[in-house]
Design a protein around this ligand. Structure first.
Ligand code: FAD
Length: 542
């Protein structure tokens, strides 16, 4: 099979134009092209008056070798890479101790699935509830201002991204094509097939719920076992005469002990009590940079017009997204993050007395507003004091947001006009904030560090020059956005084991090795392979 990349066709081209363009591009007669499959389809909207679709195609040709010879100097004509997933091996019949996977987010799910597919029958420990029950608790905060600290947007089956836009793209390096395996498993679990071909796939929150259930059924059918309401509260570590530390099991918060020599730790970025437990148990941790800021909302129609001009509303393009970066004069990077076209801002707190924002959408992305996190980089120099100091920094911001919102889980909000003018908002304009259970107009600048406020003000002006209307006075900012990535890194070696605790495999977003659903899933696969190597006695580096 041959892969042809960067094939450009006008938006809304007739279906048959794809084949004729391929034939023309490669100088082939019609009967020389036996089969054609779209591997990826993206678009180039840099010129709004001439938006193009960009295809990557896999082709079966009558004489592939001669075409490859003819186009040997063309970087866009190559043999198709073999992207099939290959298992490292098979678990032995009698495994003395089953591996544990802590956390049923995308990282834990993919780690458990791969281990189960190899026959290792993992046990998955999840502190939260099954996804349907969890959904009710999550809505409890959004509708009734009732937060369940063990079952919410961050905790429970499916992990943090379950109530999300389900964006499934990432910029990670993925030479082994593990991202493809993640997407294929998602399709088997009920995701739309198009996620395999469109360049920026998304699933929307409803599908994610059923997919997570389907993946559970698969894992269980392969001998895996789930334990919900099972928070890991202690690691059982044996220290040898030479000081070497080896995992021997975990204790749950109900006192139950599970013995294990291999424990995948995929707890996400909000498991603050678990990070404290890791520190108590002497696991090697480091403070890590992350970002803080607000969610900003604009009318989706305005973003569509800015990005697509006369093509706004085009079905193939869908609701427009954006990605903006500004390097502020005080040295801080400001960027948009987790942009949700046609979505809503959601309450994403997991601790009582704190307010955190995030965003989600349905598959249709049909809500009135576009939202995105607008965040400023922060690092350990902003929160000196050890590996967990970033968590305290987050908590201070989240508590200030809670108080400013009215101490009842409403979030503080401000119009862009008032934020730029340096005055508190007392009312809002045409852009109606979507955050539930509601917002309180106030002064967000009083809640964020001064460097973040000045960087955000500068960035909004710069972004307005790229997307006209970005600084419109009635755009709404809701805060605070603090859980952009983990404030902690649980460092591991090239073999996947924790730097100082053999048998502990830190993974996913919480350990600082992923950011987003797809990269967390990819890291889950890598970690499952590291566990399998260790269990099978292979010494190949991960
Ligand atoms: P998590 O998904 O956080 O999963 C960790 C799991 O571990 C949780 O289920 C938790 O309950 C469990 N756990 C924690 N501590 C313990 C313990 N001690 N014992 C047992 N279990 C424990 N990313 C995207 O790519 N696209 C998006 O559109 C997107 N939208 C988002 C929207 C929202 C509202 C949120 C909150 C996040 C969104 N993200 C999105 C980010 C994405 O969800 C995360 O990057 C991803 O879920 C990280 O996966 P993970 O498996 O590493 O951790």
């Amino acid at each position: 099979m041959l892969r042809l990349t960067e094939l450009k066709l006008p938006l809304d081209h007739p279906a048959e134009a794809l084949r004729s363009t391929v034939l023309e591009r490669l100088g082939l007669a019609d009967d020389a092209l036996l089969e054609m499959r779209v591997f990826r389809r993206g678009y180039d909207a840099r010129r709004r008056s001439a938006i193009h679709l960009i295809y990557t195609l896999d082709l079966v040709l009558r004489d592939e070798a001669s075409v490859l010879r003819r186009f040997s100097a063309d970087p866009h004509v190559n043999p198709s890479p073999d992207m099939r997933y290959r298992f490292l091996g098979r678990a032995p019949e009698h495994l003395p101790r089953r591996p544990l996977v802590v956390g049923a987010g995308p990282c834990g799910l993919l780690a458990a699935l791969i281990l189960a597919q190899m026959g290792f029958r993992p046990i998955i420990l999840e502190r939260g509830k099954v996804v349907r029950e969890r959904t009710k608790d999550t809505w409890g905060l959004w509708r009734r201002s009732e937060l369940n600290p063990e079952s919410n947007v961050q905790f429970g089956e499916g992990g943090a991204g379950t109530f999300s836009d389900g964006k499934l793209y990432s910029q990670i390096k993925d030479p082994q094509h593990h991202g493809r395996k993640v997407l294929e498993e998602f399709v088997k679990a009920g995701a739309p097939e198009e996620i395999l071909t469109v360049s920026k796939p998304h699933i929307g929150t409803f599908r994610l719920v059923t997919m997570v259930e389907s993946m559970r059924a698969t894992i269980e059918s392969l001998g895996g076992e789930y334990r919900f309401g099972s928070k890991v509260a202690e690691l059982l570590i044996e220290t040898g005469a030479d000081g070497a530390r080896q995992m021997r099991g975990v204790a749950l918060d109900n006192g139950e002990v599970l013995e294990a020599d291999h424990v995948v730790l995929a707890v996400g970025h909000s498991a603050r009590d678990t990070f404290a437990m890791l520190e108590r148990c002497g696991v090697y941790l480091e403070a890590k940079p992350f970002s803080v800021g607000v969610r900003i909302e604009h009318p989706q129609g305005m973003i569509d017009r800015c990005r697509f001009g006369d093509f706004a509303g085009n079905k193939t393009l869908g609701a427009a997204d954006y990605k903006l970066v500004h390097h502020a004069s005080n040295g801080r990077a400001v960027y948009s993050f987790c942009m949700c076209p046609g979505g809503t801002v959601v309450a994403a707190a997991s601790e009582p007395g704190r307010v955190v924002t995030n965003g989600m959408s349905q598959y249709s992305r049909a809500e009135r507003n576009a939202n995105a996190a607008l965040v400023v980089s922060v690092g350990p120099e902003d929160y000196p004091g050890g590996p967990l100091a970033g968590i305290e920094f987050q908590r201070r911001l989240e508590e200030a947001a809670f108080r400013a919102g009215g101490s009842d889980y409403r979030a503080p909000a401000q119009t862009v006009g008032d934020f730029l003018a340096g005055r508190p908002s007392t009312s809002l304009g045409e852009v109606v904030p979507s955050y539930k259970p509601g917002v309180t107009p106030t002064d967000l600048a009083a809640l964020l560090p001064d460097f973040a406020v000045s960087a955000l003000r500068e960035a909004i002006g710069a972004f307005d020059r790229q997307l006209r209307g970005y600084a419109r006075p009635d755009a709404v900012m809701t805060g605070l956005e603090t859980r952009t990535s983990s404030p902690v890194r649980v460092r591991r070696g090239a073999d996947g084991h924790s730097l100082n605790t053999r048998g502990l495999f830190p993974a996913g977003e919480g350990a600082g090795y992923a950011g987003g659903i797809l990269s967390a899933g990819v890291d889950g696969i890598r970690t499952a392979e590291a566990v399998a190597r260790s269990l099978l006695g292979r010494s190949v580096a991960a």
